[in-house]
Ligand binder design. Structure first.
Ligand code: EPZ
Length: 426
């Protein structure tokens, strides 16, 4: 298993370009199954989760090539709607294939995606939404069969603004007969990107970015080329790392409008932020101030995907901060590792009380999930001494070679890879 070796204490500086959004590319790759033919998707990041999604599409009969940040996919040869169990288990986001495969083939078989370190990750809202459109669902052993001779538009209200359920329903409803009005929908920028992609294929979707999305079903969709939006969570992770190391950095190819909640918190912590339409500049000189209370909740509130990262900054701040996690029930797995690095954090149910300390100390720590792993990298960059982050594959799911991003900003870190060592390429 790869490790990241980090020598902390260097203020990050320089300029980096932010890669495309994992959480936009995954549903859009799934949505490409709604049309038959060749498409080119640009700004697709090179991540483990993208590799798994492309692997699933290939197993379903598609031809897909990922060169640089461009995916060329031909969905015309797809001949199966049975998502392979081995790949389904690797990535929960395979659930995004239900809507498109059901709409195209009238039947889809997936496996329970299972939870991961951050919580149960139920899919009841996905299944209820597809049933409302006319699907019959049968669960046996670990398999979930979903069939519909015809999908019919209807009014659907989500009990919770689930990102994935919103996306699955949008994709299935795009080819349904009639109109679907989806209320209490998720409002994330990735939902808007999916709407724009569906409409580029000839769908008729409006309202993404608000809590009510209207999808007027059409008979067929056409293949199209498309460019994925920047990854707001990767941008946010980089900003927090710069703040924690008291550096000065410029991010390009990002979208400040997708990061309003984070930029507000960073300014409250005393960090200087400048933003234009696709550039963010951050200047952090002194010790950050504590932020009295941060509550994660669906967009446009503070994102749960930046909770573990911002906790590192708060752990170094001057004062007491409260972090409340309301989206996932198990997303504090990074706290124990931060405490081992000298942080003063106590957890009570879904609240974390963070009393800032002057410095953190390097240690050998383990990534438990994608964003917790990114938080440990930030902690290592800010800490005094050497940090080794293990189980780096979690981080590679959502960051394209995170060590290169921070090396470009002067961070003293490198990857140790047993596989490369064996080949004497390390
Ligand atoms: C998406 O996951 C993102 N993943 C997650 O990012 C992100 O944390 C999450 O949205 C919230 O913003 C992708 O887009 C690939 P949800 P998703 O459905 O769709 C409960 C990352 O780090 N729920 O909005 O799975 C669920 O248990 C990942 O990039 C149900 O109860 O999130 C959770 O508590 C992590 N029933 C809450 O809703 C359902 O049917 C939010 O889940 C579905 C969800």
């Amino acid at each position: 298993m790869d490790k990241l070796v980090i020598e902390g204490g260097t203020p990050l500086s320089g300029t980096i370009r932010i890669h495309g959004a994992k959480n936009a590319a995954l549903p859009i790759l799934a949505a490409s199954m709604l049309a038959e033919g060749k498409m080119q998707l640009r700004n697709v990041p090179r991540l483990l989760d993208i590799d798994v999604m492309l692997g699933i599409l290939a197993r379903l009969g598609c031809k897909a090539v990922h060169l640089g940040d461009v995916v060329t996919i031909d969905t015309g040869s797809a001949d199966s709607s049975h998502v392979p169990e081995d790949l389904m288990k690797q990535m929960r986001s395979s659930i995004f294939l239900m809507g498109p495969l059901l709409a195209r083939f009238g039947e889809v078989c997936i496996y329970q995606p299972g939870g991961c370190a951050i919580g149960e990750r139920k899919i009841d809202l996905h299944l209820k939404g597809l049933e409302a459109l006319g699907a019959k669902i049968e669960e046996k052993d670990q398999q979930i069969w979903c069939r519909a001779s015809k999908l019919v538009g209807t009014d659907i209200h989500l009990d919770f603004p689930s990102v994935g359920a919103t996306e699955n329903i949008m994709m299935a409803a795009a080819l349904a007969e009639g109109t679907t009005i989806l209320s209490n929908a998720a409002r994330e920028p990735e939902i808007q990107d999916l709407q724009n992609f569906l409409n580029a294929m000839g769908a008729s979707v409006i309202g993404a970015g608000t809590d009510t999305i209207t999808i007027r079903g059409v008979k067929r969709l056409q293949p199209c080329d498309y460019e994925i939006i920047p990854d707001r969570i990767v941008a946010g992770t980089a900003l927090i790392a710069v703040a924690a190391t008291r550096g000065t950095v410029t991010l390009t190819h990002c979208n400040p409008a997708h990061l309003v909640a984070l930029l507000h918190v960073l300014r409250r912590a005393g960090i200087q932020i400048g933003a234009t339409n696709d550039i963010i500049t951050i200047i952090s000189s002194g010790r950050p101030k504590a932020v009295e209370r941060i509550v994660t909740s669906p967009y446009p509130s503070f994102p749960t995907d930046l909770q573990s990262q911002i906790m590192v900054l708060l752990a170094l701040a001057d004062g007491l901060s409260l972090m409340k996690e309301t989206v996932f029930e198990g997303r504090f797995k990074h706290v124990d590792e931060l405490v081992r690095m000298g942080a003063d954090i106590s957890v009570d149910l879904n609240s974390a009380y963070i009393r800032g300390v002057p410095r953190l100390y390097g240690a050998t720590v383990e990534a438990t999930d994608l964003r917790a792993g990114a938080a440990l990298v930030i902690a290592g960059l800010a800490a005094q001494g050497k940090t080794i982050v293990e189980q780096v594959h979690h981080i590679d799911r959502g960051y394209d070679r995170i060590e290169m991003m921070f090396q470009r900003l002067g961070g003293a870190m490198h990857r140790e890879s047993p596989a490369l060592k064996q080949l004497d390429l390390a």
